[in-house]
Design a protein around this ligand. Structure first.
Ligand code: SF4
Length: 445
């Protein structure tokens, strides 16, 4: 290892437009904090630059630190920023590395001359070994350049029990920023990785080579007890999966007298069939359950291979409302929607009293079988549009402009309803309503 041990870990900004979720949901960069621990233990000097919260620009931080290594992670919508920062880091002489969710599935898109390594797995130790000079030939889940060609070594499933505790220096320095809606600050905890279900629109089930891996739940409770934050966002793709594990979690949280508020993802069918368990989760502090309700008709649920139905969705909403846990119902507006379908979503949400609703435009994930299906209908190849707020493929029954109009009308309608109910009182409503109306007139009509 050379003298310069400075290692800059980067999470780019989500977007450079004002139409994003900054100030509403700002996620702790947990993946980078795992890397921080591993690198620090190996004698490196890690720093994090997180575009969500920084006041200093990336270029300024790069010039100030002169790092020997720069690792950048991100999602599809951040691809442009990932490559831009990578290029700048290479020009300054750093060894450049890309990883994270987008890289795992779309590494071929990132193969540029100024990128030295792309990590396609979840193992933070592969990053450490590479920085320590290990030959990539001896590692799994890595791409690198040799003789002007890219070489790819396939990833292997990672056992999440090998993860170290994340170093939360970055989180504690920005507790004024990392939040989930009104839960501020809000720390992230990962108890499992990948998802055992096979919903067709989702790429989470292909992470970690498609292998679900879970931590010992007692270790998770130990970690939660240690975190100096009252709000915990369990970022597993599906926390409500193993009933026995959840019961152990509840027992341990009670035994240790831990008093925090929790956010987690959970499927509607699990909630619908575990009413009593939901009451116990409420008692120990579960505040939001984020549920992929996806559709308001069984035909779309079947098409998505959701393995649940509308009756279960309605029952899940009823149980959570009755229990007093806030539901965040996540819906997809499909590209085959008619005007009637958009109205049906609004009606279903109103009729079932879904307090919080998030609407995504159907977006075929890059490198998925759906992407091939939609390829001939794509209207953009700009990865920044893979944010579920943009139409990326031609709608079936209307023009793109008309589709946006219906989408924005739905979003504005739901937002005004939430406003009347005081759901997002912590927000600057005026700013968001103006921003939505601007989009309505820009895209729709
Ligand atoms: S949508 Fe949810 S349940 Fe379905 S595969 Fe993705 S993470 Fe799993």
């Amino acid at each position: 290892m050379g003298e310069n041990r400075c290692f800059l870990l980067v999470h780019p900004e989500i977007s450079r437009t004002k139409y994003n979720f900054a100030g509403i949901i700002d996620n702790e960069p947990l993946e980078l904090e795992f890397l921080w621990t591993v690198l620090q233990n190996a004698g490196f000097a890690p720093h994090i630059w997180d575009g969500q919260v920084e006041t200093q620009s990336f270029a300024e931080r790069l010039a100030e630190l002169q790092p020997a290594f720069v690792y950048i992670c991100g999602r599809t919508r951040q691809e442009g920023f990932m490559l831009e920062y990578c290029k700048a880091a290479k020009e300054q002489g750093a060894v450049t590395m890309l990883g994270g969710l987008h890289a795992q599935h779309n590494f071929r898109r990132l193969m540029q001359p100024y990128v030295d390594y792309i990590f396609t797995g979840f193992d933070p130790d592969a990053v450490r070994q590479t920085a320590c000079g290990a030959s990539p030939e001896n590692l799994d889940g890595i791409c690198w350049q040799a003789g002007g060609e890219w070489v790819t070594r396939a990833g292997k499933p990672y056992d999440i029990r090998r993860l170290p505790r994340a170093d939360r220096t970055q989180f504690y320095a920005h507790t004024d920023r990392y939040r989930y809606l009104e839960l501020s600050p809000c720390a992230h905890v990962r108890t499992a990785y990948c998802c055992p279900y096979q919903c067709s629109f989702c790429s989470r089930n292909r992470l970690n080579c498609g292998v679900y891996t879970a931590r010992d739940i007692a270790d998770v409770v130990d970690e939660i007890a240690e975190i100096q934050c009252d709000n915990i966002y369990i970022i597993d793709d599906d926390f409500l999966f193993d009933e026995k594990r959840i019961r152990t979690f509840i027992r341990l949280v009670r035994e240790r007298g831990i008093k925090k508020r929790y956010v987690c993802y959970g499927r509607a069918d699990f909630v619908a069939s575990h009413a009593a368990l939901m009451r116990e989760l409420k008692e120990i502090g579960f505040y939001y359950i984020l549920t992929g309700l996806e559709a308001t008709d069984d035909a779309h649920l079947d098409r998505y291979n959701k393995k649940t139905d509308l009756a279960a969705n309605a029952e899940a909403v009823r149980i959570l409302n009755e229990t007093g846990i806030h539901i965040m119902g996540m819906f997809i507006v499909d590209l085959d929607f008619t005007a009637k379908d958009f109205r049906a979503v609004a009606k279903w949400i109103r009729r079932h009293h879904v307090r919080n609703a998030a609407i995504s435009i159907y977006t075929p994930e890059m490198s998925s079988p759906q992407f091939e299906e939609y390829r001939s209908r794509l209207i953009t190849e700009d990865p920044a549009h893979w944010d579920y707020l943009h139409v990326v493929a031609r709608p079936e029954h209307m023009s793109v402009k008309r589709y946006y109009m219906h989408y924005h009308l739905l979003v504005v309608r739901l937002f005004l309803r939430a406003w009347r109910q005081g759901v997002y009182d912590f927000l600057d409503y005026g700013f968001f309503i103006r921003s939505m109306l601007k989009n309505l007139f820009r895209f729709g009509g």
